[in-house]
Design a binder for this molecule. Structure first.
Ligand SMILES: Cc1cc2nc3c(=O)[nH]c(=O)nc-3n(C[C@H](O)[C@H](O)[C@H](O)COP(=O)(O)OP(=O)(O)OC[C@H]3O[C@@H](n4cnc5c(N)ncnc54)[C@H](O)[C@@H]3O)c2cc1C
Ligand SMILES: NC(=O)c1ccc[n+]([C@@H]2O[C@H](COP(=O)([O-])OP(=O)(O)OC[C@H]3O[C@@H](n4cnc5c(N)ncnc54)[C@H](O)[C@@H]3O)[C@@H](O)[C@H]2O)c1
Length: 457
């Protein structure tokens, strides 16, 4: 077995692991990066990139075959950025093997034994397949197999109405497939119900069948496809089944017991500094218990651990300023608290402000007004949450990422000048709504203005 001694050993070359490795090596640390599968992890190969490429192709009216070509071309264009060659070029030692701990300060991978001062576990997650009777005997699809179908599924039944289920329902419906979503609770259950209603109504209008509060108790193959028996007794038939019912952290096969690293059902346990129960081992991204599972979160957490492990700074990870977007039509973007969560936390102190796309000149001129809106949750003159549903909601939310991360007051946002005519004016409109009653319906302001007018020459 070959021995390597290094400053930092990163396990997993996905969104989180690559960001830590690139940052650390370029700042002078000796870095070993271990990946057992494809460089780039889930996001590049089976997640964000193929799903957004497929959604784009579907919105452009491409054929399914052309769409899959577009998906793989997109991955190929981005792949060099995440490649072994690039990381070796940066100075990392890249090992392509399965890693597992043999002691609190050593890992084995292939023919190597790596002793490191610090470890970062960034092994991501995989699809959680619910224990439904018969499911293991059915050839179901997941986000790992969806991108290599020989032909468009005739009738895609999707188990789970989270972001994966909803985005893939829209794409497949737009290619012409029949699509049914079976959701145990409510679709996009974490999101603002008023915004979800808009997304749901649009999906239904496009022909997606959505069955909420539908628990599947049995799955079986049948000629031409699958049959899913619901608890209510009805049977749903389809040609293909996509399982999109959430994720399981990739933490079991790391032999964590040898490293004194604790985990629970949600994944590896970490503290606010992203340290595990073994203080020389950090865990970031999807593998962390309770971590929001997004590429930008993995990237953000990479920055936090770099500050801690390279400079010894007491950096902490937060979640209140993390945005996320579901790439439906209309898009749905959220940061911080939803209205319901903000009401629960802040009660009477909460002010909710809105601006509608219907009042935005650019949206009207480009025929994108629809029923979209921005909803702004404000407490003591600072934003604590924003929901946007409408065209380019994912682009509009970034301003609020800055505002919440920098703890900006509403006056700063309302003081911004947005170019006319842009959708971005919606953000300013919502922020200005905070001052409307304070300035226009305020007797004191009126008295002061009258007085000043009398005194002015
Ligand atoms: C269909 C889909 C769409 C998504 N869309 C979005 C989106 O639009 N925006 C967004 O922000 N997020 C999206 N996500 C979530 C995003 O993909 C993940 O949050 C992100 O990839 C997590 O990064 P990570 O570094 O934690 O894990 P990953 O990117 O999964 O990387 C983990 C890597 O570790 C490797 N590994 C695992 N175990 C070992 C081991 N023992 N030894 C060596 N290597 C190992 C794996 O092979 C993998 O390459 C989507 C996910 C899916 C499934
Ligand atoms: N646009 C994005 O940023 C994006 C897109 C896709 C995925 N993601 C990330 O990946 C994660 C995983 O996505 P996901 O959609 O698989 O998971 P999810 O946990 O977000 O949603 C899963 C859904 O499946 C339902 N469900 C669970 N078991 C079920 C069962 N037996 N029958 C019917 N329904 C069942 C749940 O109620 C839930 O609504 C997301 O939470 C998100 O963090 C992000």
């Amino acid at each position: 077995m070959k021995q390597i001694k290094t400053d930092l050993c990163v396990i997993g070359a996905g969104s989180g692991g690559l960001s830590v490795a690139a940052g650390a090596v370029q700042m002078g640390a000796r870095v070993v990066l271990i990946e057992k599968g494809e460089m780039g992890g889930d996001c590049l190969n089976y997640g964000c990139v193929p799903s957004k490429a497929l959604l784009h192709a579907a919105s452009k009216g491409m054929s399914y075959a052309d769409a899959l070509t577009h998906v793989h071309k997109t991955i190929d264009i981005i792949a060099p950025h995440d490649s072994q060659e690039r990381f070796e070029g940066l100075g990392c030692t890249v090992i392509r093997a399965h890693a597992r701990f043999t002691s609190p300060d050593a890992v084995e991978a292939g023919e190597y034994r790596i002793k490191a001062r610090r470890f970062v576990i960034a092994t991501g997650s995989r699809p959680m397949v619910p224990p439904i009777e018969g499911i293991e005997d059915v050839p179901y699809l997941t986000n790992e197999t969806l991108w290599s179908q020989p032909a468009l599924p005739e009738h895609l039944v999707i188990l789970g109405g989270g972001p994966i289920g909803i985005e893939m329902a829209l794409a497949h419906r737009r290619f012409g497939a029949k699509v049914t979503i079976l959701e145990a609770g409510r679709v996009l259950g974490r999101d603002d119900p008023e915004a979800v209603k808009l997304v749901k109504e649009t999906l239904i209008a496009e022909g997606v069948q959505i069955l909420e509060h539908s628990t599947v108790v049995k799955v079986a193959t049948e000629p031409g496809g699958v049959a899913l028996t619901l608890q209510k007794g009805a049977v749903c038939h389809g040609s293909h089944l996509l399982v999109a019912t959430g994720r399981i952290a990739n933490s079991e096969s790391l032999s964590l017991e040898h490293a004194d690293v604790d985990r629970n059902r949600g994944g590896i346990k970490v503290n606010a500094h992203l340290r595990t129960s073994n203080r020389r081992v950090y865990a970031i991204g999807d593998v962390g218990s309770g971590t929001p599972q997004f590429t930008h979160v993995a990237g953000y957490q990479a920055g936090v651990v770099i500050r801690s492990l390279l400079f010894g700074l007491p950096a902490k990870a937060a979640t209140h300023h993390i945005p996320y977007v579901t790439y439906t039509s209309p898009e749905l973007a959220q940061i911080g608290l939803t209205e319901a969560a903000a009401r629960k936390t802040h009660g009477e102190a909460l002010e909710v402000l809105r601006a509608d796309y219907a009042g935005n000149d650019r949206a009207i001129a480009t025929e994108r007004a629809g029923r979209g809106f921005i909803k702004l949750m404000v407490v003591k003159s600072r934003p604590v949450g924003v929901t946007i549903v409408g065209p380019d909601a994912g682009e509009l939310i970034s301003l609020w990422s800055l505002a919440i991360a920098a703890n900006l007051k509403m006056s700063k946002i309302a003081g911004m000048v947005a170019p006319y005519p842009t959708l971005a004016e919606l953000n300013k409109r919502a922020a200005s709504a905070y001052f409307t009653p304070r300035l226009f319906d305020n007797a004191k302001v009126k008295t002061v203005v009258k007085l000043v007018q009398r005194l002015l020459p």
